[in-house]
Design a binder for this molecule. Structure first.
Ligand code: DUC
Ligand code: ZN
Ligand code: ZN
Length: 491
């Protein structure tokens, strides 16, 4: 009898990568893919996946897990519940946040999130470090040390009273990130416009959830993206615009990219599939769809799809930010809060991949290769997880999703793995669902039943990915002549 050469062989699936699809066997030894091809030698175990599509495990590059908000509320999910949900839906790698608030030590914040993830995570993970207080010692001492420990990206906010940085602080962070080779992700909305609109809407009695939408003016997104582009260009530092929601936002990104600004951008499942109509429910129910930026209009949804089509936007994240519809979450400020008092965010980590598989593959929008690129390969490349994550190739971690492309599922308002207590997608009928999910060669979910153990997820140290300086160049000094084109004269 033929001696088994591999630990596991997935036999005869339609293997999908961002570069193309082919019928092939996938051989795994230990945690890693070691061969791809036809009629590969036997494995100690074999899975017959003929007639199935096999994609890389999803990489969710923007999700909030067990995160403490400036309001004092913590997300409804722990690392255990959120990553169990992620695995059930085919996402094997997540990048949540380690969120600093004003006055906190960034190093202590990161240590706290590390401890939480070590305890609960079932998917592999990295962190974006939220800088709400980029004071000199944070930038000079804490951030370089954390970069050396493998933290390759940051998030900054241009809005929210207790999180936002002003333009000068933003430049200080961009400049520091440039020296360290880090990616800087940004929540780009105009703070003044949001405060102005929010205050006046409430004063005039417009307090229902649906008024959250005009309180974040669409112009405010384009303005902030344009300003961010100028700041990024001044110091030549790559940026990632998080959660683009409007047609004007897509245009602002596309304009900046056309002008040579090193700008990346993502959108999220909800902006591609839902619109502001969802908030038009009676009473407080619309709070379930309050997220920031808000859901927009059908024309925005189309513009976002077009932005993906032409490459203006490179990834689709979940922006999973779960709060329950009770006093622990959305209704923490009372049973009938104004829209300004309702926590921003909705769950999405579990259904991101199935919803997008349905839209892109089953319904044919953009197709299978782009589905893989937008949900796994591009996020892995941008955030320095590639080729370990985000693709199917010899040497890559054996993170795989075997899809039953024919399975029809009606999404119900029933229990899910995440702890939000509701889904914004109830009533959606989708075709295609993960049948098997493998993380580093181990079957961690089978037909929606999650088998992984809490704490089995691993931290993924990384550099700045597509933001990193070419290796070997020294960190830039502040040199007004070289960096900023100033003519230097004797004083
Ligand atoms: N920004 C996010 O990225 N997620 C949830 C809410 C927010 O403002
Ligand atoms: Zn944000
Ligand atoms: Zn977010």
């Amino acid at each position: 009898m033929e001696e088994a050469r591999y630990d596991l062989v997935l036999r005869g699936g339609r293997v999908a990568t961002a570069a193309g699809c082919c019928e092939a066997d996938i051989a795994i030894s230990g945690e890693v893919i070691v061969a791809l091809g036809r009629d590969l030698p036997a494995g100690r175990s074999e899975l017959d996946v003929r007639g199935r599509i096999v994609t890389p495990g999803g990489v969710d590059p923007h999700c909030h897990i067990e995160q403490l908000a400036a309001s004092g509320l913590r997300n409804a999910d722990t690392f255990e519940t959120a990553t169990r949900a992620a695995l059930a839906g085919g996402t094997t790698t997540v990048i949540p946040f380690a969120a600093q608030h004003v006055g906190m030590s960034l190093a202590e914040v990161v240590a706290d999130y590390h401890a939480r993830a070590r305890r609960g995570a079932m998917a592999d993970y990295a962190f974006h470090l939220i800088l709400a207080d980029p004071r000199p010692e944070v930038l000079r001492e804490e951030l370089p040390a954390l970069a050396r420990e493998g933290h390759g990206s940051l998030k900054l906010f241009m809005t929210y009273d207790r999180l936002r940085v002003d333009d000068e602080q933003l430049l200080d962070v961009l400049w520091t990130a440039r020296g360290l080779g880090l990616m800087v992700c940004v929540h780009a909305e105009n703070h003044g416009m949001i405060r102005f609109m929010g205050r006046r809407l409430v004063e005039a009695g417009y307090t229902a959830p649906r008024y959250h939408v005009p309180s974040h003016p669409r112009l405010g997104e384009a303005e902030a993206i344009g300003r961010l582009a100028a700041l990024s260009a001044l110091v030549d530092q790559p940026v990632m615009v998080f959660h683009v929601s409007t047609r004007e936002g897509v245009a602002a990104v596309q304009r900046a990219r056309g002008e040579g600004v090193k700008m990346f951008a993502e959108t999220c499942t909800q902006y591609l599939l839902l619109t502001s109509e969802a908030l038009d429910r009676p009473g407080i129910e619309g709070a379930m769809w309050i997220c920031s930026p808000p859901l927009r209009e059908p024309a925005d949804r189309e513009a976002l799809w077009w932005g993906l089509e032409i490459g203006a936007l490179q990834c689709v994240s979940s922006d999973h930010a779960p709060y329950r519809m009770d006093a622990s979450g959305k209704l923490a400020r009372g049973p009938e809060p104004s829209f300004r008092e309702i926590a921003n965010g909705m769950p999405g980590i579990e259904l991101r991949l199935p919803l997008l598989f349905d839209a892109m593959v089953s319904r044919g929008r953009l197709g299978l290769e782009r589905f893989v690129e937008l949900t796994a390969t591009a996020p892995a490349r941008i955030y320095d997880l590639f080729p370990k994550k985000g693709t199917i190739a010899p040497g890559a971690d054996a993170d795989l999703v075997v899809w039953d492309a024919q399975r029809s599922v009606r999404i119900e308002q029933g229990p899910r793995y995440d702890n939000a207590g509701y889904t914004p997608y109830a009533g959606f009928e989708i075709r295609g669902f993960p049948e098997l999910v493998l993380r580093r060669g181990e079957v961690v979910a089978e037909n929606g039943v999650v088998l992984a153990q809490p704490g089995s997820g691993r931290f993924l140290p990384r550099g700045g990915g597509q933001a990193a300086r070419p290796r070997g160049l020294p960190a830039p000094e502040f040199d007004p002549a070289r960096n900023f084109g100033a003519r230097l004269e004797p004083r």
